[in-house]
Design a protein around this ligand. Structure first.
Ligand code: HEM
Length: 503
């Protein structure tokens, strides 16, 4: 009898909860219908059916690449779609024309970034310390201007030639390492050398790959890079943050260790010793000079900018690992790159360098093709005012997803988009970049590192293929993760075979 009463009470409770949930769903979705009416000539973007609390988060699950969900939604609802992800109002923008409107024509309406607690914690709890996650401000404008001469070194300048030598020295070091053992775990080798290229170029400091503190620093950066490239439900449902407590603590320890390395091994006594009246010789001195001359730019902010930029090596390194992984399956592409190298400098000629880029369009096209196929997302934007895209209303403080997965992989824009075909970026033997190819975003928040990506990838790729042909070491096929640049700690081993010199 007791159980029957309990059972009927439970069923009653269940029915009440069910009715409340259904009423909530109807209420939420009635609002959607109401809001479809036009306002000042602007239309409300269509919005799929949503669920209380999580909104549309469930629609993003079940895809190997999360942005595929946006392409699927696009087929059903059109190019501009309104979503509610947990407590964050969002809009997805599909199609080249609309993405360009958001990035360029109306770039000044969409120049803020999302406020995810996870990211803020990496920057002392203040996202404005971050180069990529801050909102637009005069400080960000200055930080970008200060970077230009270092991240976009102009051909035929000293900075460019120094960078060429730094890359060649690091390629030489990798070649020696490969000589000792022709099967190499590619990721550790690449992240250490990219780390060294960055610390030498931006900070005039070189480190040995046997230096444990340096190796710890690049590994810490790599883990943080992996972490920030992951999407978590907790970003949209903050009450889930406690579930990430342990992970956040681990990240905090890693950022503290990076800061210690930067202060002790990279800055040392340079702040006290640099005279602000002198010409800065590197990015570290440019930052010190700015802090000494401009009151509103403090040393903490400068240190975060420096760490952010040194951390850019993780992006280049993870990209290069994926590029080499693609080439394992593309012997013909390797052969064509080697032909270009041989025509420019020969197998045993002088070392190939970044000033040879113009002579190797196919090699450059290969780099573009790998970037296209990885299809990493554009860092989301946030609207700083009420605006519109393609006649659809976008409210202030809306998180904007720009679906560049579609731009990179759409069958309407590319022939056989799943295939690795560098020649799609060549026209009459010259490199071309189609307007819809936007892997580095665009406008006032565009990537500050894309030239470094192109130069270092070119230097390392051509430098290693000048001496070696690569093959997979294991018979098991290596699946390259796409939809994000980041790779987890990676076991990929590559077999390097010395090229024969033909007489
Ligand atoms: C293959 C590698 C890389 C890819 C695909 C990539 C892509 C991107 C994208 C899509 C954005 C957002 C652009 C936008 O909102 O319009 C961005 C921002 C940024 N990137 Fe890169 N990036 C790469 C490497 C790098 C490197 C090596 C550096 C540093 C040297 C760097 C520094 C930055 C910075 C500072 C921003 C933020 C700019 C701002 O918000 O004002 N990136 N990147």
């Amino acid at each position: 009898m007791f159980f029957i009463t309990l059972y009927s009470q439970l069923s009653f409770l269940f029915i009440i909860i069910l009715v409340i949930v259904i009423l909530l769903i109807i209420y939420e979705n009635l609002n959607i219908r109401k809001s479809k009416t036009s306002d000042n000539g602007l239309l409300e973007p269509p919005m799929p059916f949503k669920i209380p609390l999580i909104g549309h988060l469930h629609l993003l699950g079940g895809y190997d690449v999360p942005y595929k969900a946006f392409s699927e939604l696009g087929k059903k609802y059109g190019n501009i779609i309104k979503l509610q992800l947990g407590n964050v109002k969002c809009v997805v923008i599909n199609d080249q024309k609309n993405i360009r409107e958001a990035l360029i024509t109306k770039g000044h309406h969409f120049d803020s970034r999302p406020s995810f607690e996870r990211y803020a914690r990496l920057f002392s709890g203040n996202k404005q310390n971050s180069l990529a996650f801050c909102d637009w401000s005069d400080v960000q404008k200055t930080r970008r201007e200060m970077l230009i001469m270092y991240t976009f070194p102009r051909a035929a300048t000293n900075k460019f030639h120094n960078l060429e030598t730094i890359i060649q020295n690091n390629v030489q070091s990798m070649v020696s390492k490969i000589c000792e053992n022709n099967v190499v775990g590619i990721k550790p080798m690449i992240i250490q050398h990219c780390g060294n290229i960055f610390t030498t170029h931006f900070c005039s400091r070189q480190f040995q790959n046997t230096d444990k503190e340096f190796v710890d620093m690049v590994n810490n950066f790599d883990e943080i890079f992996y972490e920030v490239n992951q999407g978590y439900a907790a970003d949209f449902l903050p009450f889930l943050m406690p579930l990430h407590k342990r992970n956040l603590k681990r990240m905090a320890n890693m950022t503290a260790n990076i800061k210690k390395f930067v202060l002790e091994r990279i800055i040392g006594d340079r702040f006290e010793n640099f005279d602000a009246a002198d010409e800065p010789s590197d990015y570290v001195e440019s930052l010190i000079q700015h802090v000494k001359k401009v009151k509103s730019f403090d040393w903490e902010m400068a240190l975060f900018a420096l760490e952010d930029i040194i951390g850019g090596h993780s992006a280049v390194a993870n990209f290069l690992v994926k590029l080499f992984a693609f080439l394992l399956k593309e012997p013909t592409v390797q052969q064509r790159i080697q032909n270009e190298i041989d025509n420019a400098v020969g197998i045993e000629g002088r070392a190939i360098g970044i000033s040879d880029r113009n002579k190797l369009p196919y090699t450059e096209a290969t780099i573009f093709e790998a970037i296209r196929l990885i299809a990493s997302p554009i860092v989301p934007r946030v609207s700083n005012q009420d605006s519109s895209i393609d006649g659809y209303k976008i409210e202030q403080d809306t998180l904007i997803f720009l679906n560049n997965y579609d731009l990179s992989m759409s069958e309407k824009l590319w022939d056989e988009p799943k295939k690795f075909l560098p020649e799609r970026f060549l026209k009459n033997g010259s490199l071309v970049k189609p307007d819809h190819f936007l892997p580095f975003g665009g406008g006032k928040r565009s990537c500050m590192g894309y030239k470094m990506v192109q130069l270092i990838s070119f230097g390392v790729l051509s430098g290693l293929l000048q001496h070696y042909t690569i093959e997979p070491f294991e018979t098991k096929e290596y699946k390259i993760p796409i939809g994000s640049l980041a790779l987890p700690r990676d076991p990929l081993q590559i077999k390097f075979t010395k090229r024969a010199v033909s007489l």
